[in-house]
Design a protein around this ligand. Structure first.
Ligand code: PMP
Length: 350
């Protein structure tokens, strides 16, 4: 989270804009909260250049719930294609299997999730109601730097993108997207809010067993107020959207994220002490998994990092090693501090 956003939220915690209420105490249908919601949507639309014919939905349940909600809304109980590129897309495919036939159109499993399968070789099925990809594999550190153009691959199916962990880190080419979803807790705000951006023509095809609160058409008709939305999370996300605008928007974020990632990968690649195993053309700009070549030094590395205020560097348990998550709110100075520490640690071990 950007410190500025946390400070703003703290200063308004007890009394929002002289209303005499905390945002947490507002009726979600009152004019105060409605103005917060409307502003948040307008700012998000502007930031991500979301076209008019897409609906913005503020939901709950997180990325994992969307793994069920998407097939309930889009699969018609028929079939969907999945491109498996790491832990998260694998989970998405497994969950969708409860609702429709799942076809693995491509996978990088045999490469241990360290590269991206070439879209030219994806096996897309004509009965697939949508094609799912995970834009950024948070655990494996693999990112689509460009969204696939399904039309050029001969498919009319809408592309579904899980953009949980790189939303707002760069512009989105909406002409290639049918639906994008993501939990807010990486780049947008606190956990509890799930963002869904869906093309209008995809509404109204949900399966009859789809819970009403998770039916995109119902949620859209009620401007995300069918059930009580996660009001405080929407408010803080709204503050983050304004912060993003002040920084220069997502194009500027992309520029910074490219520079941050280049610094860290450049250092790792230049070292014999550390290694990143992901193919260079698909390395994540958000999550950088790396390993010490001598893994017996892992604990010492983490202890020394903590002493310098460099936290949460332990890799995901399924992958091991280290992982630096350098989301939008991480400044260049933070990445530089990590690189400085990594260099010092290496020298201390010589
Ligand atoms: N997809 C991706 C790409 C993620 O990074 C995560 C969470 N780290 C999820 C899905 C799951 O999200 P949630 O915990 O909000 O259900």
């Amino acid at each position: 989270m950007p410190a500025e956003v946390l400070q703003e939220a703290a200063s308004e915690m007890l009394d929002w804009h002289g209303s005499g209420m905390s945002v947490m105490e507002m009726s979600h249908r009152g004019k105060e909260f409605m103005s917060i919601r409307d502003q948040a949507e307008a700012d998000l639309r502007e930031l991500l250049a979301i076209p008019e014919h897409f609906k913005v939905l503020f939901m709950q349940g997180g990325g994992l719930a969307e793994n069920a909600i998407v097939p309930l809304n889009l699969s018609r109980g028929a079939a969907a294609d999945f491109v498996v590129t790491g832990s998260w897309s694998k989970k998405s495919a497994a969950e969708a299997q409860k609702y429709c036939r799942v076809h693995e159109a491509a996978s990088n499993t045999s490469d241990n999730h360290t590269c991206l399968p070439d879209p030219g070789h994806w096996q897309l099925n004509s009965d697939a109601q949508y094609v799912h990809i995970c834009g950024n594999e948070t655990i494996n550190g693999v990112e689509f730097h460009e969204l696939p153009d399904l039309k050029s691959l001969g498919s009319d199916a809408p592309l579904v993108v899980d953009f949980s962990s790189h939303v707002a880190s760069r512009p989105v080419d909406w002409s290639r997207v049918g639906l994008a979803f993501g939990g807010a807790q990486k780049n947008l705000g606190p956990a509890g809010l799930t963002l869904v951006v869906v093309r209008e023509d995809l509404l109204g095809r949900s399966m009859s067993v789809c819970p009403s609160a998770f039916d995109y058409a119902t949620v859209a008709t009620h401007q995300s107020m069918y059930n009580t939305p996660p009001t405080y999370a929407i408010y803080v996300a709204g503050l983050t959207f304004q912060w993003l605008k002040r920084q220069g928007g997502v194009a500027e974020m992309e520029r910074r994220n490219v520079a941050k990632a280049a610094l860290l990968y450049g250092f790792i690649d230049g070292s014999d002490f550390y290694v990143n195993k992901v193919a260079k053309d698909c390395r994540s700009r958000m999550n950088v998994p790396f390993f010490l070549r001598d893994e017996t030094r892992n604990d010492a590395f983490l202890t020394g990092a903590k002493a310098r205020g460099l936290l949460q560097l332990k890799g995901h348990k399924s992958v091991g090693g280290m992982r630096a998550s350098i989301y939008n709110a991480m400044p260049m100075e933070g990445v530089q501090a990590l690189v400085d520490y990594m260099r010092d640690f290496e020298h201390s071990q010589a």
